[in-house]
Design a protein around this ligand. Structure first.
Ligand SMILES: [Zn+2]
Length: 233
C-alpha cells in the first residue's frame, strides 16, 4: 500500500533501525500510516522512534489529519496503551509523535492503578489487543510529591486527592528506605514500578503476558530533556 510506504519513508528518515522498504518520493498520506504493529517489541520500538522524532524536531504527525480521523471512526486498533499522569507537561501523543487511533491513553494524577484505570486497561487488552502497556511516571510529579510529604509525617491533602495519595503511599514509603538520588525521583520511579506490578497481578493481563502477546513496562519521563527511560527493576 502506498500509505504504508509513505509512512515507512517518514519513519526511516528518522530512524536507523526501521526495517520497512520505503520510497523517498512516496506521497504523504496517513492511511495505514505505518506497517502494522502487533508485537510488544514493535510497539516499544515505535514509541522509541516517535520520541526520537520529537527530540530531533522531526515529527511527522502520523495520522493526525482528517483522513485518518475519518478512517478510525470505523474502529480502533491502537498499538499501545499508556497509563500516564494527568500532568499537563506530559502529553504522551505529542512526546511520542503519534496520531488518531495509535495510543489508548489513560491519564490520572500519579499514574495510579485504581479500579477505573485497571478496567480501562483490561478493555484495551481484551478488546483492542494492545501488545504493550507502558506506565509513564514523570519528573516533579505533584501527586507523588504529596505522597512523599505524607510518608514523611505531613498531613493528607484532603478531599478526593487522598484516594490518589493512598495509592502512591506504599511506593513513597519504600523510596524513603532507599538510597541514591533524591527522594522524590526515587518515589516517582518506585510508583511507576508499583503500578506496573499491580497491572501484572491482574489475571487477564498476566495471562496475555504469559502468552507473550503483551508486555507491561514502567518508564520515567524527564521534563527538561523530553526523554523516556524504561525502568528495568
Ligand atoms: Zn504527575
Amino acid at each position: 500500500m502506498a500509505g504504508v510506504a509513505a509512512a515507512g519513508a517518514a519513519l526511516a528518515a528518522c530512524s536507523t533501525d526501521d526495517k520497512t522498504t520505503t520510497s523517498a518520493t512516496a506521497p504523504q498520506t496517513s492511511i495505514a500510516h505505518r506497517p502494522e504493529i502487533t508485537t510488544p517489541a514493535e510497539a516499544r520500538a515505535e514509541l522509541r522512534r516517535g520520541n526520537e522524532r520529537y527530540l530531533k524536531g522531526q515529527m511527522v504527525h502520523p495520522g493526525a489529519d482528517e483522513q485518518r480521523r475519518v478512517e478510525v471512526a470505523l474502529g480502533q486498533e491502537p498499538f499501545a496503551a499508556i497509563l500516564g499522569c494527568a500532568d499537563s507537561r506530559v502529553p504522551v501523543e505529542i512526546l511520542t509523535d503519534q496520531g488518531f487511533g495509535d495510543l489508548f491513553v489513560v491519564r490520572v494524577a500519579g499514574n495510579i492503578v485504581g479500579k477505573s484505570e485497571l478496567g480501562s486497561l483490561q478493555f484495551a487488552v481484551e478488546h483492542l489487543h494492545v501488545p504493550l502497556i507502558a506506565v509513564v511516571g514523570h519528573a516533579k510529579c505533584g501527586a507523588v510529591d504529596a505522597a512523599v510529604g505524607v510518608a514523611g509525617g505531613g498531613a493528607m491533602p484532603g478531599g478526593a486527592v487522598d484516594d490518589i495519595v493512598n495509592h502512591i503511599l506504599p511506593a513513597a514509603r519504600k523510596a524513603k528506605g532507599e538510597q541514591g538520588g533524591d527522594l522524590l525521583t526515587r518515589a516517582i520511579k518506585d510508583n511507576a514500578i508499583q503500578s506496573r506490578d499491580q497491572l501484572l497481578k491482574d489475571p487477564l493481563i498476566a495471562g496475555e503476558v504469559k502468552k507473550g502477546t503483551l508486555e507491561v513496562v514502567a518508564a520515567y519521563y524527564t521534563l527538561e530533556d523530553g526523554r523516556f527511560v524504561v525502568l528495568d527493576n
